[in-house]
Design a protein around this ligand. Sequence first.
Ligand code: PLP
Length: 291
Amino acid sequence: MSLSLENLHKSKPNLQKLQHDSFVEAGIELFVLRLDEIHPIISGNKWYKLKYNLIEAQKIGKLLTFGGAYSNHIFATAWAAHQLGLKSVGIIRGEETLPLNHTLSKAKEWGMEIHYISRTEYRNKNDEEFVNLLKAQFGECFVVSEGGANDLGVKGAEEILQHTDLSFNHVVCSVGTGAMMAGIVNSVREETSVTGYASLKGASFLNEEVARFLKGGHQNWSINLDYHFGGYAKTTDILNDFIEKFEFDFEIKLDRIYNGKMFFGLMERIRNGGFKAGNKIVAIHCGGGQN
Ligand SMILES: *Cc1c(COP(=O)(O)O)cnc(C)c1O
């Protein structure tokens, strides 16, 4: 088992072209960047957002981060810290529920110290004073924002498209914290439009979240707030049926929290003539299945 960051993760994501009658009718080409395949545990965008955070954490030997009880970020961080020989603390939103779910029992198995705080307290997660109190409690550590949504996380996300030729007209991704989307917007050509699909309900604040991480003057991006299906981690029969059919048609599994909603919105836009004939679109499959 390797303990160096370079060996933790190397693979370059596959860019897969999908075939469907509706694409032929619309005259578009759709590619999927398969971040879900790059690693069985740190799958999807989590690797990119963690990379530079882990490099900083290695200087201290310990990291502390935040997440919900089902967080892909907690899962990925606990594993990466374990692989690198770093101590880790997970500050979890809400009360402990026993038996521990898969996410948290794995995190614990990988040596993460789990600490629960109330939903009210959790709102202070980005507060300097609150973070200092946590540092006093858990000792000197490098603090990674929830979901890896900090400057270093965005810097990593800027590398998501690095192996593609960037000749796309549109890039489509899902939005949780918006850190990945900010990295994507920072990395594309000016002519390329970026659309994010929010998995949270009523999340217009995400526009500011993304904007605060943007570097250049890229204006050509927007967040679609219409495909939350009831809210974060909520689903409907329509969404479930779509995910099943998508897997049948393309042999690609989608999670219900992020990718299912994004592809639902994207396929609808394609059917409704929302893209010009000749356009090349890349959708980012961000993983999300915890193994
Ligand atoms: C974390 C995650 C997202 C959201 O990424 P943000 O950078 O927080 O917006 C999207 N899809 C999947 C599968 C994820 O695990």
